[in-house]
Design a protein around this ligand. Structure first.
Ligand SMILES: O=C(O)CCC(=O)C(=O)O
Length: 291
């Protein structure tokens, strides 16, 4: 079963991203939203970021403002169910081959009126691997349009043989300084929009970001990072059993495939190392303004 056309595959390969519509059923979406709502309930009373939540700057324990659920796949089986949908799985295997491992997951909430922006970056700068057959899937839990902070992609940036500088004052900061990246044409950015249940697929080296959600509408984007099983991380490898437990299709291997990819380690770690939002706090030269 393949729900992705040859043109869409070609577009992914050329531009570094593609949006495919109607991959998740309305019923499953409703179930996921209910689980998300119940997880968010448990944020009442928390003072600051923890293992589960990343909080907005304006968060208070009484009036929780959550910008990210950090690793949803560790919190509820339903997040595996989404990933195991046959239509979605077929596309993952088309783009990455038969052997695929989940690298991580996150749910960016972007609440109406204030949901935080994410500065331009390449995921690759956060988790370099032995090869770059890696992508992120963005499952749209809400309708996403130009107004509610869609993910913005800079086409073909995955094709360059460089990794942009994501450091500031000698520390990783998880963001590209827009003033220093003369070779990035921000005006060519394309918004990944679609109805709830659509999914975006973006290559790990694609430069992307997103603006604050100033609209009335929520924008929840559930992200899964998937890697070819023979792509091994160059950082944060802890335990083979845990690593292999994240295999989502095919077979694991202990022979990583090494290709000629540009690498810059995300080290020394960010000041206040945490989620991308926490890492990017140090950044003063911002592209996406907050108000
Ligand atoms: O939520 C978004 O719009 C951007 C997500 C992203 O790039 C990230 O969290 O790494």
């Amino acid at each position: 079963m393949s729900m992705i056309s040859e043109e869409q595959i070609q577009s992914y390969n050329e531009n570094g991203f593609v949006v495919v519509e109607s991959l998740i059923s309305a019923k499953l979406l409703d179930e996921v939203r209910a689980v998300v709502a119940s997880i968010l309930q448990s944020a009442r009373g928390i003072k600051t970021h923890n293992e589960v939540f990343d909080v907005e700057e304006s968060h208070t324990p009484e009036q929780p403002r959550i910008r990210r659920i950090k690793t949803p796949h560790k919190l509820d089986q339903i997040f595996w169910e989404v990933l195991n949908q046959p239509k979605l799985r077929a596309i993952i295997n088309k783009l990455l081959g038969p052997n695929v491992r989940l690298h991580g997951s996150k749910l960016n909430i972007k609440a109406p009126h204030y949901g935080a922006p994410v500065e331009w970056h390449q995921d690759w700068a956060f988790y370099p691997h032995t090869n770059d057959d890696i992508l992120a899937i963005g499952v749209m839990l809400d309708d996403i349009d130009d107004d509610n902070g869609p993910m913005l992609a800079l086409p073909r940036t995955q094709k360059t043989d460089k990794v942009w500088d994501h450091h500031l004052n000698g520390h990783f900061c998880g963001a590209i300084n827009p003033e220093k990246a003369e070779d990035l044409l921000f005006s060519t950015a394309v918004a990944c929009t679609g109805k709830a249940g659509s999914c975006s697929f973006h290559h790990v080296r694609l430069v992307h970001g997103s603006a604050q959600n100033r609209s009335e509408k929520p924008r929840q984007l559930l992200l899964y990072e998937c890697a070819a099983a023979d792509s091994w991380p160059l950082i944060n490898f802890h335990n083979l059993e845990e690593f292999n437990s994240r295999l989502i299709s095919g077979e694991s291997t202990i022979s990583p495939r090494i290709t000629n990819v540009p690498i810059r380690m995300p080290l020394p770690p960010a000041v206040g190392q945490g989620s991308i939002y926490e890492n990017q706090r140090a950044v003063k030269d911002r592209f996406f303004q907050v108000r």
